[in-house]
Design a binder for this molecule. Structure first.
Ligand code: 5GP
Length: 126
């Protein structure tokens, strides 16, 4: 079910549980600001999720409310994960779904990294 990106942060969401170590994950990278792990239902040969350590519902919440150190740390982590996975060439796609129309399902900010095949048009046509 897509979530309302303007709702308050729910600390029982699945990624909050992953951050607390209550649910296992296949970690790719971790630092002070971010955790990166393999998506449980990959949509491409490489499908990595990068989440901030702080409690932010969405990109909207994060970009409006996170301190600049956390924003810089998170953005650098996303780039580093892709770079260290060798994805810069031939390329990768970043995606952050925000709210209902974008079909955001987990109410903790996550950036998807997709790579490993031709990724097709930017959006599905319907
Ligand atoms: P959204 O639609 O919110 O942008 O994407 C949520 C993503 O989280 C989906 O790609 C889904 O497969 C992934 N996901 C949901 N639950 C889990 C989980 O427990 N572990 C992992 N690794 N990924 C999850």
């Amino acid at each position: 079910m897509p979530i309302d990106a303007t709702a308050p942060y729910d600390d029982q969401n699945i990624f909050a549980k992953i951050l607390r170590g209550e649910i296992p994950n296949k970690t790719v990278y971790e630092d002070e600001y971010a955790l990166a792990f393999h998506d449980i239902n990959p949509q491409a040969p490489h499908h990595i999720l990068v989440i901030p350590k702080g409690a932010y519902v969405s990109w909207d919440d994060f970009s409006a409310n996170a301190p600049e150190t956390e924003i810089a740390g998170f953005i650098r982590a996303v780039g580093k994960v892709a770079r260290e996975a060798g994805l810069v060439e031939p390329g990768y796609r970043l995606l952050a779904n925000v709210g209902m129309d974008a079909h955001q399902e987990v109410p903790h900010l996550h950036v998807h990294i997709f790579a490993g095949r031709k990724l097709g048009p930017m959006l599905a046509q319907d």
